[in-house]
Structure formats: structure tokens, C-alpha cells
Design a protein around this ligand. Structure first.
Ligand SMILES: *Cc1c(COP(=O)(O)O)cnc(C)c1O
Length: 402
């Protein structure tokens, strides 16, 4: 290293100058999706934007800033560390930790002015004690288990639970919520049962003379499909990112994906007939092909099970990915010799120089009318778009536009 030059390349280079693979996040899509959702749910319901798992891979702090500027009141995170990072990034809005953190984090939660979900007496008392020591009152949201059986106070016990903890002067019930397990599915029986149970819990709480505070239940799927589940606030995650929680929500709202995944070709080679490509030679050259390499692999979220099963786009053309996807790279195939009986094939051959050293490759996103979506890849992997977005968010650096 040249000490004298003293250039901080980590800061002076843009993400795509450091590495020819990056995730692009379109802030305008996030704003548009929030506007769309606002229109769909009406003016009176508050919006919490869920930015857990680094904003579903989109960058929690950036997404929070954009969402707050576009009408979201609350921010939701999964854990204390995520909340602290947002505070350190200058986010001032109320932050709700959506599931109960460990008792040992109570002081940190108060210090960073966060509001935890509560579902055990142990945590409630630890929070109350920490608040009393600090001379403050700790707001919390009661999590009710209405049937998902993950976390939460059983719906028939919600009233009693609050009786047990509400004597504590350090605690203040700011909200009551539940979470749906099946709001994205065709059969709405489970969803309706959860709604009824949650309302039963709310009745109990009120019957005991307590105010449940901000009542919330709906995730994106419920917010889009079931008006009755909106209450005081909806908790939106996937819809803000422009993805659908299931095919059932597509008929109700138009969303615009915020994330696209890009790379540039960093090697191109002729591979003779019969030669293998990548680990295990799961692909062998059929002859008359060029193999292009891009520096993105399963370490970046391009799941290894997609090997030989996905396409990439260059200048509106689809090319099959070939060979086993490596941790940091993968390859795709360009046919170089036209099949003379097919006009299309001759055209393709004429266009083939569209792929060159440095050519931009779309792994997820649009290219001249062609599109490969997170849903397309998720279907091949056997998972959901949520999972794909999170995975692409882990190592790829992000470029924000608009
Ligand atoms: C993640 C999360 C949401 C948002 O769910 P989407 O399906 O992404 O809209 C809502 N509520 C809770 C408790 C969550 O953890």
C-alpha cells in the first residue's frame, strides 16, 4: 500500500467500481409502493414499515428514511441490534422491536428509545425494573398469539397477562398486536379464526378496564386483501419493496420491485465441444459457444440450486446460465454459430457482440422489455421472494438510485 497517497479506496470507489456485481435499489419504487398502499388502505390507518433483515436485503437505514418520508409513521425491526443501527444512522422515528428481545437488553432498549413487543412476564418485569431505575416509563406492545403458535400471549390469557404486569409503574401498554399465519392463502378459514381470537383478546383487555392502545395485525397480505384487519395500523414489509406476498394480492394492487441485481462480464472464452465448465463439469460445451463469466455467486445470494436452471439478460436477450454456480462467480452461454435453418438464430448470432468484456448483465430486473423477477428465481429455488431478496442483500453492495 502506498501510505503517502492516503486514498481511502473503500470510500472513493463506487460499489460497482469495486466489484462488477451489485444490487440496485430504486428509492422511487419504494415511495410509489407506499403511495399505492396508502391509497389502498385509506388515509386513517397508520403504516409501520418492516425493515428487519437489513430491510429485506434493501438496506434498513435507507429504506427507513425513504419510508418515513413517504408516510410511514413507525419502523419495525426484528432485534435490538437492528434498532440500534437505525438510531446510529440518525433515524428518529418510533422503532418497534417486533418480537420480544432477551431480558438482558432492557436497558439498551430504553437507552435507544425503542419499543419492544412483550409476551412474557419475565421480560415485562425486567423492562419495568430497568425503566424504574432510569426514572422513565417504558412503552411496550403486547404480542397476542391468535393461532400462529410462534410467540405471543395466548389470546385467552391476554387480559390476565396485562393484569399481572400492569401494576408496574415503569410500564405503559402502547399497543396490542397479533400476526397472521395464512393471510396470503386461498383458504381464509385460518385467517378468520385468528381475527376472531384477536378480537376476543381485545374485548378481554377492554373488559378489564385497560386500553389496548394502538391495535395492529395486518402484514402486507392482510392489508391488501382484508380491510377488516387494518385496525389502527398495518405492518408492511414485502409490499413496500414492491413484491407480492402471494399471487392472490396481484389483482388488488400494482407494485414496483425496488431491487434489481446487476453484474458485468469479466471473462469471455471459446470453449471447444465436449469441454466442461465450472466445478464438476455439470455442463459441457455443445460446440460453437462462448462462455461469459460474471463475478456473482451463491455467496451473494445466487442460490447454488439455480445452477443450469436460470437465465440472465444482456441488452434484452436471454442467455442460459451454465455450469455449477460458484461462491463468487458463475457463467452463461452465448451461441456463436447460427443454426442456418432458423432466421432467429442468424439474428441472434448477428447480435452476439452485445455480450462483451464489461457488458452489463441483469440477474434480477428488466432489460429492454425482458424481465427476470425475484419471484422467477424463488420459484426455481423452491422458496419465496422474501428469502431471495434477503439473500441478495447479504454481500452485494447496494447502489441507490432516485
Ligand atoms: C415481517 C413482519 C411483518 C411484515 O410482513 P410482510 O409479509 O413482509 O408484509 C409484519 N408483522 C410482523 C410481526 C413481522 O415480523
Amino acid at each position: 500500500m502506498n501510505e503517502q497517497a492516503n486514498v481511502n479506496y473503500a470510500e472513493t470507489l463506487l460499489p460497482y467500481e469495486r466489484r462488477w456485481a451489485w444490487a440496485q435499489i430504486n428509492r422511487e419504487a419504494i415511495r410509489t409502493n407506499l403511495k399505492t398502499m396508502r391509497k389502498h388502505i385509506g388515509p386513517d390507518t397508520m403504516i409501520l414499515t418492516a425493515v428487519k433483515a437489513d430491510g429485506y436485503g434493501h438496506g434498513a437505514a435507507e429504506v427507513a428514511k425513504v419510508a418515513l418520508s413517504a408516510g410511514s409513521k413507525y419502523i419495525g425491526v426484528a432485534c435490538v441490534t437492528e434498532g440500534i443501527k437505525l438510531r446510529q444512522a440518525g433515524i428518529k422515528a418510533p422503532i418497534i422491536i417486533l418480537s420480544e428481545p432477551p431480558v438482558s437488553s432492557a436497558e439498551a432498549i430504553l437507552y435507544y428509545d425503542m419499543v419492544p413487543a412483550v409476551h412474557t412476564v419475565e421480560f415485562a418485569l425486567a423492562l419495568g425494573e430497568a425503566a424504574a431505575r432510569a426514572g422513565v416509563i417504558a412503552p411496550f406492545h403486547l404480542k397476542v398469539d391468535s393461532g400462529m403458535h410462534r410467540v405471543g400471549v395466548h389470546y385467552t390469557d391476554a387480559g390476565d397477562f396485562l393484569r399481572t404486569v400492569s401494576f408496574h409503574e415503569g410500564l405503559e401498554l402502547q399497543g396490542t398486536f397479533t400476526h397472521f399465519a395464512t393471510a396470503d392463502m386461498v383458504d381464509s378459514y385460518g385467517f378468520k379464526t385468528q381475527m376472531e381470537r384477536f378480537e376476543h383478546a381485545l374485548e378481554n383487555i377492554r373488559y378489564m378496564g385497560l386500553n389496548p392502545g394502538i391495535v395492529h395485525a395486518a402484514n402486507s397480505a392482510a392489508a391488501i386483501r382484508f380491510k377488516r384487519s387494518h385496525y389502527d395500523m398495518v405492518r408492511l414489509g414485502i409490499a413496500v419493496y414492491g413484491l407480492h406476498p402471494s399471487s392472490l394480492t396481484r389483482e388488488h394492487v400494482r407494485l414496483e420491485p425496488a431491487m434489481s441485481v446487476h453484474a458485468r462480464v469479466n471473462a469471455l472464452k471459446q470453449v471447444p465441444l465436449g469441454e466442461g465448465v465450472s466445478y464438476g463439469f455439470t455442463y459441457r460445451s455443445p460446440g460453437n459457444v462462448e462462455i461469459a463469466t460474471i463475478p456473482i455467486g451463491y455467496g451473494d445470494g445466487l442460490a447454488r440450486v439455480l445452477s443450469n436452471k436460470m437465465d440472465v439478460l444482456v441488452a434484452g436477450q436471454r442467455y442460459p446460465q451454465v455450469g455449477t454456480i460458484c461462491m463468487d462467480m458463475c457463467m452463461f452461454e452465448i451461441r456463436t454459430r447460427p443454426n442456418m435453418t432458423s432466421v432467429r438464430s442468424v439474428q441472434l448470432a448477428a447480435e452476439r457482440k452485445l455480450v462483451d468484456y464489461g457488458s452489463e448483465v441483469i440477474i434480477v430486473g428488466k432489460s429492454q422489455g425482458q424481465e427476470i423477477s425475484l419471484d422467477d428465481l424463488a420459484a426455481q429455488v423452491g422458496t419465496i421472494n422474501y428469502d431471495m431478496a434477503c439473500m441478495f442483500g447479504r454481500r452485494l453492495e447496494r447502489v441507490y438510485i432516485n
